[in-house]
Structure formats: C-alpha cells, structure tokens
Design a protein around this ligand. Structure first.
Ligand SMILES: [Zn+2]
Length: 245
C-alpha cells in the first residue's frame, strides 16, 4: 500500500522521506544525521524512541502542516514485531529537505519517577492516586501552603490539613521542553510544563504537564483544567495533566 500524499506536498519531498525511513530503519546513523537540520541535531537524535533493532519502515502519509512545514508519518517495525510511528516535520533549506522536529505518536505524557510516600507531601501523592488534587492548608489561620511544610508559615500552627482543591486555574508560566533531560521522557518529546496558579487554593502554584500542546497557542493567564492520568506502572505516580479550557 502506498503512502497517503496530500495535495500541496512538493513532488520532490516523498522520495526524500521514503529514503529517510529506510536509512533510519537500517541504523545508518551517518545518513540519518545528514537528513536533520544542522542546528537541531542534538535535539533530534534524542527526541524519539525507536526499537533497538529494526526490520523496516513504511511512509504512511505526508501532508502540509503548521508554519509551512511538511508533516510526515513513518511507521518503523522492530525485529521483535514492535511497531512505532514517528511524526517528522520537514523544512526546505538551501541544501535540501531536512527534518525540523520529530516525535513519537500518539502523544503520550512523560513518566513521573516513583515517589516515596514518606515525606511531608505524602498526602498529596496519595490523593493523586485517587484522582484528587489536595493542597496543604493551615487549620488555624486558613493559610494555603505549597510546597508542604511542617509548620504554618503565617501563624506557626501545627494544625495542618489537606483539603481537596478543584483542578482549575490559570497558566502563571510555561516552558516547552525539546531535550530529553531524563531517560524517562524519551519518546514523549516535545512536552509543555505549566506552572498553574490555583485561585481555589489562595493562588498557590503547582507544576504539571499540558495536554495537546503541539501547535497550541499557549499564553500566560489562559484558564486550564486538570485531570489525573493513570500511572504508567504500579510504582509510578499519576500525572496531573492540564488542558486549556
Ligand atoms: Zn496558620
């Protein structure tokens, strides 16, 4: 079956994408690197997760995408039967077509490292397993506290509790991560981390990951709503993921 080539795709691109899939599947690193944008080689090498040993590639589709880039989906097969789809976006430079960014599809969230439930924040993580957002609050003066503390910073009381807080807030700040700074995030790049201000918790701010962030128009102040993703493994913790609401 041939690739699905959309109208508007320049005729000289499909052969380049086809050959790219073949050199990647063959483990030809030199030829693969030559297809990358020179200024993004480091990022591209480490972005996507592929089977260690591959048996082939198949170009599924090529279509015009955002920002004048051409979007290609290539399916790679591992010798063990594993099948992985990568989305690459292509730009025409003076020296020819080059890969500008690449990611695994579907868009899966990065994995949170296991958390030891023995610290001050244990009630927060225990609640996350139940799909609830709980933030520390002083039972004496009502001060919201985040990150957790052993004593209220406002009244020095020890009567601290953990009310449920609606996972609704506004983006206080955000950043898009292209580099795999930890091994667990490989295959989940790029992803967007948001710092969300919670009006229901005195304006305290929590970190989380934004859903559907590719191509999203992200701005400070946008309202967001969060859900907990199930943990990737029994040892991992659920991940609070936010969506622009
Ligand atoms: Zn207090």
């Amino acid at each position: 079956m041939g690739a699905d080539i959309a109208p508007g795709v320049p005729a000289d691109l499909p052969p380049v994408v086809e050959r790219h899939g073949q050199v990647v599947a063959a483990g030809d690193q030199r030829a693969t690197l030559a297809d990358f944008r020179p200024d993004r080689i480091g990022q591209l090498v480490a972005s996507a997760a592929l089977p260690d040993r591959m048996s082939g590639s198949e170009v599924l589709s090529i279509a015009p995408g955002d920002g004048g880039l051409m979007t290609a989906h290539i399916r790679y097969s591992g010798v063990d039967g594993e099948r992985i789809v990568l989305r690459s976006r292509w730009i025409r430079l003076p020296q020819g077509w080059r890969v500008s960014d690449v990611r695994n599809v579907p868009d899966t969230p990065p994995v949170l490292a296991p958390v030891e439930l023995d610290g001050l924040d244990a009630p927060h993580w225990a609640a996350a397993r139940e799909g609830e957002l709980r933030i520390q609050r002083c039972g004496g003066c009502g001060e919201w506290i985040w990150a957790p503390r052993p004593i209220c910073p406002a009244c020095h009381g020890f009567d601290l509790d953990w009310p449920v807080v609606a996972p609704e807030g506004r983006i206080f700040s955000w950043t898009r991560t292209w580099q795999p700074f930890a091994p667990e995030v490989r295959g989940h790049l790029p992803y967007v981390v948001v710092l969300v201000e919670l009006p229901a918790a005195g304006g305290r701010r929590v970190l989380g990951v934004l859903r559907d962030a590719d191509g999203a128009d992200i701005r400070i102040g946008l309202p967001v709503r969060g859900d907990f993703d199930p943990p990737a493994s029994p040892a991992a913790v659920p991940l609070l993921r936010w969506r622009i609401s």
